[in-house]
Design a binder for this molecule. Structure first.
Ligand SMILES: CC(C)[C@H](C(=O)O)[C@@H](O)C(=O)O
Ligand code: SF4
Length: 465
């Protein structure tokens, strides 16, 4: 008799099942955690916790450490001026060294934002579980890795044991149909999705992005998409590995080589949702008519198409957001003067993002009175951009060209905007005070931020020609 056919499973279920060490109850299990990224803000307490209990790091090679949030993006040849940041970065380096964990120091070209460096180094691989004490860890799900942000005591648990109790999420398919128009990209898609389903619209769910529009995207674009899953409330964003994924991963420093590569690639090709597998929820989205998106408020779901008006406030939160942003309902964002531009963050600081921004900036100048910054996501991206001459495009136009780090995405280093400053930003959060107390953030794509820089206003990049 034939063996019964296994039930069809979603990608999320396959990744989950492959990592269960022991079931805990109907909804949760102890999961094997393959890899952890460690940055200077969320890991010091985790190291202190395991050391306080006299525990060692179970598998030092499973972790990679670096500093990104507090690091200055200028004058890297000098000691960090801010004593707090200097101590934080030094402590992180010492913690990693003491436990035999690889650490990429600030003078290492591979240093950068954790979510940029993991994929770049091939530390992020399809099929693995990857965690980090950071909410944007879903970025790595673009490779078909089960990746999610965790808290500090969970970081300690992973350091000491390599396993983690987790509750299984419900599954949600986001079907992206159609073809993106010129001047519209992954950032616009994710901002539109978040605007549609809300900042907690996908809470409790693991999103899988699927469909023709996803298949057509580069890895860079897929990472932008998965990166902001948390802004829709989902800790996990996934995309099934395909030829694009494998082409990106092959040859990366930490990717498997030779026979290991062949074996791994064969396994990775099995990591897609089976025909007939059911999702708990499905959202379908035709991206063909999507316009560039810009946020008007202080939550990533308060976004509109550049050609739309700001909606009438529906909640107290909306009214507060309009107040904070100095905007009124009904107003169009196009034409609104800006004071600052930030091109960077783990959402949009990869080479393609810089190319898209440079394509708009080339031959133009940053508008008078606008302070504009480009912060590449890693030292390697910076180097590549310089090889392509992009740094000159930016600096000739009047942008400041920086070293890698989180910078103005979160203003935990010395890059900070003054109160009232209105900023066109490629980052992922427009919360009150995120870029400095009283500063106002409009989230948008790199091309749109570049267009804002050269016109001094929020503008539809498609009208620049
Ligand atoms: C500092 C860090 C823990 C935080 C996060 O979890 O996301 C930061 O990266 C952010 O983007 O707000
Ligand atoms: S770039 Fe921004 S969102 Fe990404 S890890 Fe750094 S602070 Fe968080």
């Amino acid at each position: 008799m034939d063996a019964p056919k296994p039930a069809p499973r979603t990608l999320y279920e396959k990744l989950w099942d492959a990592h269960v060490v022991a079931p805990l109850d109907a909804d949760s299990a102890l999961l094997h955690i393959d890899r952890q990224l460690l940055h200077e803000v969320s890991s010091p307490q985790a190291f202190a916790e395991i050391e306080g209990k006299g525990l060692a790091v179970a598998r030092p090679a499973a972790h990679l450490g670096l500093a990104d949030h507090a690091v200055p993006t200028r004058n890297r040849d000098r000691p960090i001026a801010d004593p707090k940041a200097r101590a934080q970065v030094a402590l992180h380096a010492e913690n990693c060294a003491r436990h035999g964990i690889d650490y990429l120091s600030l003078d290492d070209a591979r240093q950068g934002i954790v979510h940029i460096v993991g994929p770049e180094q091939g530390f992020t691989l399809p099929g693995i579980t990857l965690v980090c004490g950071d909410s944007h860890t879903a970025t790595h799900g673009a490779f078909g890795a089960l990746a999610f942000g965790i808290g500090t005591s969970e970081c300690a648990c992973v350091l000491a044991t390599g396993v983690l109790p987790q509750r299984k999420a419900r599954t949600m398919a986001v079907e992206l149909r159609g073809r993106l128009g010129d001047g519209v990209g992954a950032k616009d898609v994710i901002l539109a999705l978040i605007a549609r389903i809300g900042a907690s619209g996908a809470a409790g769910h693991a999103i899988e992005y699927r469909g023709a529009a996803v298949a057509a995207m580069s890895m860079e674009a897929r990472m932008t998409l998965c990166n902001m899953s948390i802004e829709a409330g989902s800790r996990t964003g996934l995309i099934a590995p395909d030829a694009t994924t494998l082409a990106y991963v092959e040859g990366r420093p930490r990717a498997p080589k030779g026979a290991d590569w062949t074996r791994a690639a064969a396994y990775w090709r099995t990591l897609s949702t089976d025909a007939g597998a059911a999702f708990d929820r499905v959202e379908t989205f035709d991206v063909s008519r999507l316009a560039p998106m810009v946020t008007w408020g202080t939550s990533p779901d308060q976004g509109i198409a550049i050609d739309a008006g700001i909606p009438a406030p529906a909640t107290v939160k909306d009214r507060q957001a309009l107040d904070y942003m100095g905007l009124t309902a009904g107003q169009r964002l196009a034409g609104t003067p800006i004071d600052a531009v930030f091109i960077g963050s783990c959402t949009n600081s990869r080479i393609e993002d810089l190319r898209a921004a440079a394509a708009v900036v080339r031959g133009r100048r940053v508008a008078a009175g606008v302070q504009a910054l480009v912060v590449p996501g890693s030292g390697l991206i910076k180097r590549q951009a310089e090889e392509e001459g992009l740094d000159r495009v930016f600096t000739d136009a009047g942008f400041s060209w920086r070293d890698a780090g989180c910078s103005l995405c979160v203003a935990m280093n010395d890059d900070r905007l003054a109160s009232g400053t209105r900023c066109a930003s490629t980052s992922n959060r427009n919360f009150e005070g995120r870029q400095g107390a009283g500063a106002r953030t409009h989230l948008m794509s790199p091309a749109m931020a570049a267009a804002a820089a050269v016109t001094g206003r929020i503008v539809d990049v498609r009208t620049l020609g």
